[in-house]
Design a protein around this ligand. Structure first.
Ligand SMILES: Cc1cc2nc3c(=O)[nH]c(=O)nc-3n(C[C@H](O)[C@H](O)[C@H](O)COP(=O)(O)OP(=O)(O)OC[C@H]3O[C@@H](n4cnc5c(N)ncnc54)[C@H](O)[C@@H]3O)c2cc1C
Length: 221
């Protein structure tokens, strides 16, 4: 193994949040950052190595699924517990709904003593995450007949139509979800946060096969 003997920060799991932490630390500091990821690293978006089911947001991503099921807890029924073992983690195979939540929840965190986590504190970060993740909201003429029928049925049954699901002050309503999909591509956090730093002079992403398990380590100085 050629793992470095020293790193200022070790990120264990280069998944959804790990890719963000590693990417931003690399961008914003001079730290050495070591990312240990149990799944494969298919390289940057334009490497041509990403499996179609992970790239294509219309497909359910299964090729890097961890294969967890519910049998151990509930022997009589099998429920799949999908988790992606790959750089970018579950953001590489999930449903791409990018929804911010409700003001009351974040403000409750701040009120309980979590300084810096109120809705107003978080808004700039949400906007920046949306920009990085290429989040878009469908226009009315992009809503499919099936989606429109679902929206109409909900409204007919008393659920208000929401103009913007990311309006923090409008916690109840139905609408097409904002999504981190760019030109049909599921835009995962490895594309959004690691790709911009992969070409830095001291970034050395490598895939190693050790005792049957793959580990990515990306060393950044
Ligand atoms: C099928 C599906 C659909 C979803 N749809 C949506 C959606 O539309 N909108 C939404 O907001 N959320 C959705 N979610 C939830 C969301 O994707 C997850 O909550 C989020 O991605 C979790 O991020 P994470 O960083 O905590 O973990 P993960 O993204 O799971 O990252 C964990 C990483 O750690 C790695 N790892 C694990 N063990 C080790 C180890 N021992 N050593 C090294 N690496 C290790 C894994 O391989 C993985 O890459 C969905 C989830 C799934 C499974």
């Amino acid at each position: 193994m050629s793992l470095p003997h020293h790193a200022d920060t070790i990120v264990i799991g280069g998944g959804t949040s790990g890719a963000v932490v590693a990417g931003l630390l690399t961008e914003l500091t001079e730290q050495t950052v070591l990312v240990l990821e149990a799944g494969p690293d298919f390289g940057p978006f334009d490497s041509g190595r990403w499996p179609t089911d992970l790239r294509n947001a219309r497909l359910l991503g299964t090729s890097c699924d961890g294969g967890y099921t519910s049998e151990a807890t509930y022997p009589d029924r099998t429920v799949a517990f999908e988790r992606a073992k790959v750089i970018g983690g579950c953001s590489a195979h999930n449903g791409c709904a990018a929804i911010w939540g409700s003001r009351i929840d974040y403000d409750a965190w701040a009120a309980s003593g979590l300084a810096g986590w109120s809705a107003d504190d978080l808004l700039p970060h949400f906007r920046e995450a949306n920009r990085r993740m290429r989040v878009r909201t469908y226009t009315a003429d992009e809503v499919t007949p099936f989606q429109q029928a679902a929206i109409d049925a909900a409204v007919a049954n008393g659920v208000p139509h929401a103009a913007d699901l990311n309006d923090l002050d409008d916690p109840v309503g139905i609408s097409a979800s904002p999504v981190n999909i760019h030109d049909g591509i599921r835009w995962n956090t490895a594309f959004a946060y690691l790709d911009p730093v992969r070409h830095r002079p001291h970034l050395r992403p490598q895939l190693e096969r050790v005792s049957g398990s793959c580990r990515l380590h990306a060393r950044v100085r």
